[in-house]
Structure formats: C-alpha cells, structure tokens
Write a protein that binds this ligand. Structure first.
Ligand SMILES: [Zn+2]
Length: 465
C-alpha cells in the first residue's frame, strides 16, 4: 500500500466514526461561519476520541433543534494559538476564553442541511430513531439516526464492480446479477459470494470489453435463486445460486476506459476482493467491491460528478421527475471526502466538453456564444460509434451553435470536405433566409476540424454518399 492511500487503509481497517456534536448558536454562530467558510475549527473535549476522517454532524441547539451541518474532521490536536481565527463568529467571548486550554479540531464542511432536510432530521424524529435526549457536547451517532440520515440524504457509500464479459449486450444483465453457490469442483468463489454483501442502495458499475459502460443501483439484496433461464455463466456444477436485483441502469454517455482509473489506484493492494490484478489489469471473476475513490474516478471520467456540497434547492430542481438524479454519493476523492451528486446522464458529455466555461466558440462557424446556446454535436453519430469512439469524445464531439450551425449539420445541409472546408448540399435554397445563412458558411474551414477528427468527418461524408 502506497503512502498516498493511507487514508483508504485506515478507513478499511478501522472504520471512521460518526459523531453528534452540539452546536449552540448563543455561543458560536456556526450557521454564519459555514455560510462563508468551508473550514471551521472546533474545540475538542478532553474525553473525546474523535479522530481524523471521522464524520461530525452538528446539532443546532434550541431553537433550531435539528441537524444543521455534516463535516469531516481534517485535523485534531490543534493548539488554540494555531486555530483559524474566527472570533467574529463567537457570540459569547467568555465561552471562547473558557476553551483556550483545549485542543481544537478542524472541520471541513461537506453538506449544509436544507430547511426541508432539517425538518426530517429534527430532534423529534431523531428521538423516534434511537436518540435518547438532545445532544449535549458530543456523542457517538446512534445507529437509528445514522440510518435516518442515510435515508434522507440517499447517500451511497458502497460500490461494486461487475464484469459483464461478453453478455453486456443483453438488457437483462442490467436488471439482475446471478452467481452459482459453488464452482464445478465444489469450491466457493469469493467473487460470487460477494453478491451476498451487496445491499439495497449500493451502486454497481458495469465493465465490459475494456470500458466501464454504465452504472446501476442495487434494488434488492441477494436471495437464493435457481439459475434464471436467460443466464449463462461458465462451468458450474449445478443451478443453485443467488440473485441480486438492480434498477436505474444508466449507460454512460461517455464510456470510461480502464486507463482513466489511475494505475496507482488499480495497483493498490485493496485486498483479495479487488477487481484488479496487481498489474492493474482487470482480473477474471464476476462481482467485486471497489473503494469509493475508484468509483469517484469513474464518475469523474464519465462527466457525472457534481462536486462540492450541494444545497437542497439545487437537488430538488435536479431531481424533478427523475429520482435517479437525486442520488448522492460519499466519495474519498483525491481532494478529500465529498458528497457529490450524479448529474443526469444526458449532461455528462456537456460537463466534459464545457467544464466550467461560461462561453465557447461554435465548432463550425467559430462564433462565441454562452454555452447554453451550444449543442454537443457528434461528428460521427453516436449510434454508429463503437465503445472506443464514444470514449474518444474529445475528437468525436464538437460544440455547435443553435443559431443554425447545429441544425444544418444534423440535417446534412453542411458537408465538410477532406480539408475541413464547408460545402453546401440539399435544398438550402428553399427560402432566401436559409440560403443567406447557408451561404455565409460556404467555403469556410470548420473551426473544430483537426487531423485527428478528420476520420469522423469522413465517416459523415460517406453517409451522405
Ligand atoms: Zn455556429
């Protein structure tokens, strides 16, 4: 195990704890502090056993009486003199002075609970879920409250990898997983037994032919099941097995090649259960756990990560009519723990193509527009692209403006010659306005044209025949 992954080692062997910590606004105005800062130092109590990487849920004392913030501990044992100076947020300066002799811990904000979430995570409902009385100081998170939070945030923590092998073309493989109990010689196989550890809500990534092609969520944990009629797996002694049901399978708009997952992560000795050989290649087998850091790299490469804390408003808008978009995952990313939410599948490509850009030039006419007026246009149509071509989004996709270029290109009024020069075809003279616009582009070199994507333009030309 390399030094850089020491955090992953710790959480594997000694799971980080969760704590309820009382936050009294008449002493320290945490609400205001976290509104403008991502890190706040908090005094430790002498008896506390809070450690780096632990999760802290701040409980806002009366009149708030609800969970307000979720944080992760970045550092402990900070002397008073070295803490972040946030005296402005101390409502009670005596309370601050009383804490002068204590060590402090650094909290990094992961998530501020929205008003709606606070109603669910109120003192009253926590009491119905195993909390005995309002938190004073700090205490370990009762299991029932942890479950309540997980349900409310729909936070996913466990990730699995399934080797779809050659069967990925069949839709049923995205609806359930099945493995025999034993191999032909009677041995149990770890990568089959692992199905029994998947829980409803866990996220599964599907791997096939060198690419992670999509993700789904476990809808029903493992149960005994005879081999489904539609299911083939190698040499198996009998038909007794177990089945895990999946739902919400989403094919990635941009499939993720294995190399997008950093080799160090694939090489790490993450235990027998890892889907990777020591060389970093994918090993033979069926169903494997993966650490959230790897899942994070996959979702990042697919353009599906919305990083940073999300607020309730953003989430409810994103999830309107699409429960899948509401899903959030807790990741150990290289830049720390974060709750991230999935974007809708359709926006993965936009995220990769535009990133955080506000404006961009049209790949055809080269005019600059706000990105909301640019479409992600496939030079070779997506349905005709092989997996590796879909993964080659840098070359196969270009921005095309909605003020005419995209429509003319999609409807094949624009033909791009071998040198990148625009030629017109079709009935572009149908009206004077259409003709005027089309003529304005004729003879220009397509801005996005490069020696590398030329083959994709060629494909389009051949389609036009
Ligand atoms: Zn344009």
């Amino acid at each position: 195990m390399s030094e850089t992954s020491s955090t992953a080692t710790r959480s594997n062997k000694n799971p980080a704890g969760s704590w309820l910590v009382a936050s009294n606004p008449t002493k320290f105005r945490a609400e205001e502090a976290f509104a403008v800062r991502s890190r706040v130092d908090w005094s430790e109590s002498s008896k506390a056993h809070i450690d780096v990487d632990d999760t802290i849920y701040l409980y806002g004392s009366s009149p708030i009486s609800a969970l307000t913030h979720m944080c992760v501990v970045e550092q402990v044992g900070i002397p008073f003199e070295e803490r972040i100076n946030d005296d402005d947020f101390w409502a009670d300066s005596n309370a601050l002075l009383e804490r002068k002799a204590r060590p402090w811990m650094r909290l990094r904000l992961i998530h501020s609970f929205s008003e709606q979430e606070r109603r669910v995570l109120s003192l009253e409902s926590m009491k119905l879920n195993g909390l005995q009385h309002a938190p004073q100081s700090r205490k370990r998170m009762p299991e029932g409250v942890a479950e309540l939070i997980a349900r409310e945030l729909a936070v996913v923590k466990n990730f699995w990898w399934v080797n779809q092998g050659g069967t990925a073309d069949r839709r049923q493989d995205f609806q359930h997983l099945w493995a025999p109990l034993t191999a032909a010689d009677g041995r149990r196989m770890r990568h089959w037994d692992s199905l029994d550890e998947a829980k409803a809500g866990d996220v599964v990534v599907h791997y096939s032919h060198g690419y992670v092609i999509g993700s789904s969520q476990v809808s029903k944990a493992s149960s005994p099941m005879a081999r489904p009629a539609d299911f083939e797996t190698g040499a198996v002694r009998d038909d007794i097995g177990r089945e895990v049901w999946l739902h919400h399978f989403r094919e990635f708009e941009v499939p993720v090649e294995l190399e997008a997952i950093p080799l160090e992560l694939r090489r790490d000795d993450l235990g027998e259960g890892s889907p990777f050989e020591h060389s970093g290649k994918v090993q033979q087998g069926y169903f494997f756990p993966i650490v959230s850091e790897i899942a994070g790299e996959i979702f990042k490469a697919a353009g599906l990560l919305e990083s940073g804390p999300t607020d309730g408003a953003e989430r409810s808008e994103a999830s309107a009519g699409d429960p899948f978009a509401q899903r959030q995952i807790l990741l150990d990313a290289t830049d720390g723990k974060a709750i991230v939410s999935y974007r809708k599948e359709q926006s993965g490509l936009r995220k990769l193509l535009f990133g955080t850009k506000v404006t961009e030039r049209c790949g055809i006419c080269a005019r600059e527009y706000p990105v909301q007026f640019l479409h992600t246009a496939h030079i070779k149509s997506r349905s005709a692209c092989a997996l590796e071509e879909r993964g080659d989004w840098k070359n196969v996709v270009m921005p095309a403006c909605l003020f005419g270029c995209d429509a003319l290109f999609e409807r094949s009024f624009l033909n791009v010659g071998p040198d990148g020069v625009i030629q017109l075809q079709g009935n572009y003279n149908e009206t004077p306005s259409l003709a005027a616009f089309a003529k304005s582009l004729e003879g220009k070199v397509v801005r996005a044209f490069t020696p590398t994507n030329r083959v994709y333009f060629e494909w389009r030309n051949n389609q036009l025949g």
